[in-house]
Ligand binder design. Structure first.
Ligand SMILES: Cc1cc2nc3c(=O)[nH]c(=O)nc-3n(C[C@H](O)[C@H](O)[C@H](O)COP(=O)(O)OP(=O)(O)OC[C@H]3O[C@@H](n4cnc5c(N)ncnc54)[C@H](O)[C@@H]3O)c2cc1C
Length: 257
């Protein structure tokens, strides 16, 4: 089975994350870029699955040129190859264009199973895997906390408010996983050296036959960007015998009760 893992570089959540007020995009100079932790877990899930049968793991990322070293981390963990979709016209791509680009690249490269994170730590859209499944016209198992596959099906556990559901789909399929999956393995020295020689392809929009300026397909356009206002100081309730009433008033004024 050919497993494609979707990986994305993000600003390290432990550091300062800033939006450039000029471009509206992540200010990559002001942050330490890393492979998103949920994507590392997706690679780990794929490698674990690959260890159970005749499966190969391939990475795919749509990201700026500078993200190549983050993608190589997935190769160092054990994935066989990577495809990096990189094109200046993708700067500021929205969810819709991102999903179209990734879906067309997945189709071009071939797949039996696509594994993605359920939500990135920067864009936070949580929609890309579902949109890709729609483009590919394949089933999508969302928010999985466990994953297994046979030659023809993929199954998993989805945790919900009312309990766990067991879900199954025919392959080829798209799945998205949650942070309930185990931590990713650390690449060892042998893996890091091997990663340098693994196939690392690049694709442009022309290779995929996509026009980023084709607005006949709904795409979001950013018209304005502003910094988040600083958080205002909270209200301090001093208990002079009226604390309960003050608290109730505060909640009522803010439409919380
Ligand atoms: C030149 C360039 C600059 C970019 N700059 C930014 C930026 O400043 N800020 C920003 O948030 N995004 C940026 N992107 C990436 C792209 O715009 C976003 O990935 C996209 O909008 C998805 O949004 P999301 O992270 O909310 O997706 P979500 O739906 O939250 O992502 C869920 C999962 O889908 C998969 N996925 C999502 N996006 C990608 C991707 N691009 N490649 C591979 N797998 C993916 C991952 O497995 C992820 O865990 C840039 C891309 C390029 C090419």
């Amino acid at each position: 089975m050919r497993i494609v893992v979707l990986v994305k570089e993000v600003p390290d959540t432990f550091g300062e994350r800033k939006v450039s007020l000029e471009t509206g995009l992540t200010d990559r100079e002001a942050c330490d870029p890393v492979l998103d932790e949920i994507c590392e877990r997706a690679v780990e899930a794929a490698l674990t699955l690959a260890g159970t049968g005749e499966h190969s793991v391939h990475l795919m990322s749509m990201s700026p040129e500078s993200a190549a070293s983050s993608i190589r981390k997935g190769l160092a963990m054990g994935a066989e190859s990577a495809v990096h979709i990189c094109d200046p016209a993708l700067l500021g791509a929205d969810l819709s264009l991102t999903a179209e680009v990734l879906a067309k690249a997945i189709e071009k490269e071939g797949f039996d199973l696509v594994i993605a994170g359920n939500l990135s730590t920067d864009g936070n859209g949580g929609m890309v895997p579902a949109m890709i499944a729609e483009w590919l016209d394949r089933p999508h198992l969302t928010h999985l906390s466990a994953l297994e596959a046979t030659a023809t099906t993929v199954s998993g556990t989805r945790a919900g408010d009312d309990g766990d559901s067991q879900v199954t789909a025919e392959l080829p399929a798209v799945v998205s996983i949650t942070e309930a999956f185990p931590d990713a393995r650390f690449p060892n020295f042998k893996g890091i050296m091997a990663a340098k020689k693994k196939p690392f392809g690049t694709l442009t929009l022309a290779d995929l036959g996509i026009d980023a300026q084709d607005f006949s397909i709904p795409r979001a356009i950013m018209t304005e960007v502003a910094e988040r206002p600083p958080r205002a100081a909270g209200v301090k309730v001093t208990d002079d015998g009226t604390a309960a009433a003050q608290l109730a008033d505060y909640l009522a004024q803010n439409k919380l009760i």
